[in-house]
Write a protein that binds this ligand. Structure first.
Ligand code: SF4
Length: 219
Protein backbone atom coordinates (compact mmCIF):
# COMPACT_ATOMS: atom_id res chain seq x y z
CA UNK A 1 0.00 0.00 0.00
CA UNK A 2 2.86 2.37 0.87
CA UNK A 3 4.60 1.64 -2.46
CA UNK A 4 1.34 2.33 -4.32
CA UNK A 5 1.19 5.79 -2.75
CA UNK A 6 4.90 6.61 -3.19
CA UNK A 7 5.03 5.54 -6.85
CA UNK A 8 2.46 8.24 -7.62
CA UNK A 9 3.20 10.96 -5.02
CA UNK A 10 6.36 12.52 -3.58
CA UNK A 11 5.49 11.92 0.06
CA UNK A 12 7.47 10.59 3.01
CA UNK A 13 7.20 7.00 4.20
CA UNK A 14 5.38 8.24 7.32
CA UNK A 15 2.80 10.14 5.23
CA UNK A 16 2.27 7.13 2.96
CA UNK A 17 1.83 4.92 6.04
CA UNK A 18 -0.80 7.31 7.38
CA UNK A 19 -2.64 7.22 4.02
CA UNK A 20 -2.55 3.42 4.11
CA UNK A 21 -3.97 3.43 7.63
CA UNK A 22 -6.74 5.84 6.59
CA UNK A 23 -7.53 3.74 3.49
CA UNK A 24 -7.90 0.58 5.61
CA UNK A 25 -10.18 2.43 8.03
CA UNK A 26 -12.22 3.71 5.05
CA UNK A 27 -12.99 0.16 3.89
CA UNK A 28 -14.04 -0.97 7.36
CA UNK A 29 -10.91 -2.81 8.57
CA UNK A 30 -10.96 -2.71 12.38
CA UNK A 31 -7.73 -1.62 14.15
CA UNK A 32 -6.02 -0.59 10.90
CA UNK A 33 -2.71 0.32 12.64
CA UNK A 34 -2.15 -3.24 13.78
CA UNK A 35 -3.57 -4.77 10.56
CA UNK A 36 -0.87 -2.93 8.60
CA UNK A 37 1.65 -5.21 10.31
CA UNK A 38 -0.16 -8.43 9.29
CA UNK A 39 0.86 -10.78 6.49
CA UNK A 40 -1.90 -11.54 3.94
CA UNK A 41 -2.30 -15.11 5.25
CA UNK A 42 -3.24 -13.67 8.65
CA UNK A 43 -6.32 -11.99 7.17
CA UNK A 44 -9.64 -13.57 6.18
CA UNK A 45 -10.72 -13.68 2.49
CA UNK A 46 -13.14 -10.79 3.06
CA UNK A 47 -10.44 -8.69 4.73
CA UNK A 48 -7.97 -9.39 1.93
CA UNK A 49 -10.60 -8.23 -0.55
CA UNK A 50 -11.14 -5.05 1.48
CA UNK A 51 -7.38 -4.42 1.43
CA UNK A 52 -7.40 -4.85 -2.38
CA UNK A 53 -10.23 -2.31 -2.61
CA UNK A 54 -8.35 0.07 -0.29
CA UNK A 55 -5.29 -0.20 -2.58
CA UNK A 56 -7.48 0.53 -5.61
CA UNK A 57 -8.93 3.65 -3.95
CA UNK A 58 -5.80 4.90 -2.19
CA UNK A 59 -4.70 7.22 -5.01
CA UNK A 60 -8.23 8.53 -5.64
CA UNK A 61 -8.56 7.29 -9.24
CA UNK A 62 -11.30 8.49 -11.60
CA UNK A 63 -12.03 4.90 -12.66
CA UNK A 64 -11.47 1.44 -11.16
CA UNK A 65 -11.73 -1.71 -13.28
CA UNK A 66 -12.65 -4.60 -10.97
CA UNK A 67 -12.39 -8.01 -12.63
CA UNK A 68 -14.50 -10.65 -10.81
CA UNK A 69 -13.44 -9.20 -7.43
CA UNK A 70 -15.87 -11.16 -5.25
CA UNK A 71 -15.89 -14.55 -6.97
CA UNK A 72 -14.05 -16.39 -4.19
CA UNK A 73 -16.14 -14.94 -1.36
CA UNK A 74 -19.24 -16.38 0.27
CA UNK A 75 -22.50 -14.53 -0.47
CA UNK A 76 -22.71 -12.71 2.87
CA UNK A 77 -19.21 -11.25 2.62
CA UNK A 78 -19.81 -10.58 -1.08
CA UNK A 79 -22.90 -8.51 -0.23
CA UNK A 80 -20.92 -6.50 2.34
CA UNK A 81 -18.06 -5.85 -0.11
CA UNK A 82 -20.52 -4.80 -2.83
CA UNK A 83 -22.29 -2.35 -0.51
CA UNK A 84 -18.97 -0.90 0.67
CA UNK A 85 -17.56 -0.55 -2.86
CA UNK A 86 -20.78 1.18 -3.94
CA UNK A 87 -20.68 3.57 -0.97
CA UNK A 88 -16.98 4.32 -1.58
CA UNK A 89 -17.68 5.14 -5.24
CA UNK A 90 -20.52 7.47 -4.23
CA UNK A 91 -18.36 9.18 -1.57
CA UNK A 92 -15.27 9.65 -3.73
CA UNK A 93 -16.91 10.20 -7.14
CA UNK A 94 -14.95 7.27 -8.57
CA UNK A 95 -16.52 5.34 -11.44
CA UNK A 96 -16.22 1.54 -11.45
CA UNK A 97 -16.39 -1.06 -14.21
CA UNK A 98 -17.33 -4.33 -12.49
CA UNK A 99 -16.58 -7.36 -14.67
CA UNK A 100 -18.62 -10.39 -13.59
CA UNK A 101 -20.62 -13.42 -14.69
CA UNK A 102 -23.06 -12.87 -11.85
CA UNK A 103 -26.22 -11.11 -13.02
CA UNK A 104 -27.52 -10.79 -9.46
CA UNK A 105 -24.41 -8.79 -8.60
CA UNK A 106 -24.70 -6.39 -11.52
CA UNK A 107 -28.42 -5.87 -11.13
CA UNK A 108 -27.92 -4.73 -7.52
CA UNK A 109 -24.73 -2.74 -8.15
CA UNK A 110 -24.56 -1.20 -11.60
CA UNK A 111 -26.16 1.89 -13.12
CA UNK A 112 -25.53 0.53 -16.62
CA UNK A 113 -24.80 -2.93 -18.04
CA UNK A 114 -22.81 -3.92 -21.11
CA UNK A 115 -23.26 -7.61 -21.98
CA UNK A 116 -20.30 -9.15 -23.81
CA UNK A 117 -20.19 -12.26 -25.98
CA UNK A 118 -17.07 -13.59 -27.71
CA UNK A 119 -15.14 -10.44 -26.82
CA UNK A 120 -17.65 -7.87 -28.08
CA UNK A 121 -20.42 -5.84 -26.49
CA UNK A 122 -23.74 -7.27 -27.74
CA UNK A 123 -26.17 -5.24 -25.64
CA UNK A 124 -25.97 -2.17 -23.47
CA UNK A 125 -28.34 0.01 -21.52
CA UNK A 126 -29.50 1.07 -18.08
CA UNK A 127 -29.54 -1.87 -15.69
CA UNK A 128 -33.32 -1.98 -15.22
CA UNK A 129 -33.89 -1.87 -18.99
CA UNK A 130 -31.43 -4.67 -19.75
CA UNK A 131 -32.55 -6.93 -16.88
CA UNK A 132 -36.31 -6.39 -17.31
CA UNK A 133 -36.41 -6.18 -21.09
CA UNK A 134 -33.39 -7.98 -22.58
CA UNK A 135 -33.15 -7.58 -26.35
CA UNK A 136 -30.21 -9.76 -27.32
CA UNK A 137 -30.99 -13.52 -27.32
CA UNK A 138 -27.78 -14.15 -25.33
CA UNK A 139 -28.79 -11.67 -22.60
CA UNK A 140 -32.24 -13.26 -22.49
CA UNK A 141 -30.68 -16.72 -22.22
CA UNK A 142 -28.48 -15.59 -19.31
CA UNK A 143 -31.43 -14.09 -17.44
CA UNK A 144 -33.69 -17.08 -18.11
CA UNK A 145 -31.04 -19.47 -16.76
CA UNK A 146 -30.92 -17.81 -13.32
CA UNK A 147 -32.69 -20.11 -10.80
CA UNK A 148 -35.87 -18.62 -9.36
CA UNK A 149 -38.50 -19.58 -6.77
CA UNK A 150 -41.13 -19.11 -9.49
CA UNK A 151 -39.82 -21.99 -11.60
CA UNK A 152 -39.39 -24.52 -8.81
CA UNK A 153 -39.83 -28.11 -10.04
CA UNK A 154 -39.10 -27.25 -13.67
CA UNK A 155 -35.89 -27.79 -15.61
CA UNK A 156 -33.68 -24.73 -15.68
CA UNK A 157 -33.47 -22.98 -19.04
CA UNK A 158 -30.06 -23.21 -20.61
CA UNK A 159 -28.24 -21.81 -23.61
CA UNK A 160 -27.38 -24.72 -25.91
CA UNK A 161 -23.83 -25.33 -27.12
CA UNK A 162 -20.53 -23.83 -26.03
CA UNK A 163 -18.85 -20.44 -26.29
CA UNK A 164 -16.90 -20.54 -29.58
CA UNK A 165 -13.12 -20.31 -29.77
CA UNK A 166 -12.07 -16.71 -30.39
CA UNK A 167 -9.71 -17.90 -33.14
CA UNK A 168 -12.49 -19.85 -34.90
CA UNK A 169 -15.68 -17.78 -34.63
CA UNK A 170 -18.76 -18.73 -36.68
CA UNK A 171 -19.35 -16.70 -39.83
CA UNK A 172 -21.48 -13.60 -39.22
CA UNK A 173 -22.94 -13.31 -35.73
CA UNK A 174 -20.72 -15.08 -33.17
CA UNK A 175 -23.84 -16.30 -31.31
CA UNK A 176 -25.42 -17.74 -34.48
CA UNK A 177 -24.89 -21.44 -33.73
CA UNK A 178 -26.54 -21.15 -30.31
CA UNK A 179 -29.33 -18.70 -31.07
CA UNK A 180 -33.04 -19.55 -31.11
CA UNK A 181 -33.84 -16.47 -33.22
CA UNK A 182 -31.30 -17.02 -36.01
CA UNK A 183 -32.37 -15.86 -39.49
CA UNK A 184 -30.58 -15.76 -42.85
CA UNK A 185 -29.27 -12.25 -42.22
CA UNK A 186 -27.24 -13.58 -39.28
CA UNK A 187 -24.63 -14.90 -41.74
CA UNK A 188 -23.49 -11.26 -41.88
CA UNK A 189 -21.88 -9.57 -38.90
CA UNK A 190 -24.61 -7.63 -37.05
CA UNK A 191 -23.88 -3.94 -36.36
CA UNK A 192 -24.69 -2.29 -33.04
CA UNK A 193 -28.16 -0.75 -33.45
CA UNK A 194 -29.50 2.05 -31.26
CA UNK A 195 -32.81 1.27 -29.58
CA UNK A 196 -33.02 4.56 -27.70
CA UNK A 197 -30.84 6.95 -25.71
CA UNK A 198 -28.00 4.89 -24.21
CA UNK A 199 -29.64 1.63 -25.28
CA UNK A 200 -28.22 -0.53 -28.10
CA UNK A 201 -28.15 -4.15 -29.29
CA UNK A 202 -25.97 -6.04 -31.79
CA UNK A 203 -28.60 -8.28 -33.35
CA UNK A 204 -30.62 -8.64 -36.58
CA UNK A 205 -33.60 -10.20 -34.81
CA UNK A 206 -33.74 -8.91 -31.24
CA UNK A 207 -36.11 -10.40 -28.70
CA UNK A 208 -38.59 -7.52 -28.90
CA UNK A 209 -38.67 -7.58 -32.70
CA UNK A 210 -42.03 -8.72 -34.10
CA UNK A 211 -40.62 -9.04 -37.63
CA UNK A 212 -39.28 -12.59 -37.55
CA UNK A 213 -40.56 -15.81 -36.08
CA UNK A 214 -38.39 -17.71 -33.60
CA UNK A 215 -36.34 -20.25 -35.55
CA UNK A 216 -35.00 -23.65 -34.60
CA UNK A 217 -31.55 -23.54 -32.96
CA UNK A 218 -28.95 -24.07 -35.68
CA UNK A 219 -26.72 -27.11 -35.26
S1 SF4 B 1 -30.82 -13.31 -34.11
FE1 SF4 B 1 -29.05 -13.43 -35.43
S2 SF4 B 1 -27.87 -11.59 -35.01
FE2 SF4 B 1 -29.30 -11.86 -33.30
S3 SF4 B 1 -28.13 -13.00 -31.80
FE3 SF4 B 1 -29.30 -14.49 -33.01
S4 SF4 B 1 -27.85 -15.12 -34.57
FE4 SF4 B 1 -27.07 -13.23 -33.71
Amino acid sequence: MIETVRVHHRVSHADALERARAALAEVGIPAPESRLKNYPHELSGGMRQRVAIAIAFINKPDLIIADEPTTALDVTIQAQILAEAQALCARTGTAMIWITHDLAVVSSLADRIAVMYAGRIVETGRTADVVNDPQHPYTKGLIDSVPSHNVRGQRLAQIPGMTPSLINLPQGCAFRTRCSRVIDACLQEPPMRELGPGRAVRCFNPVGSPEHAVAEVAS
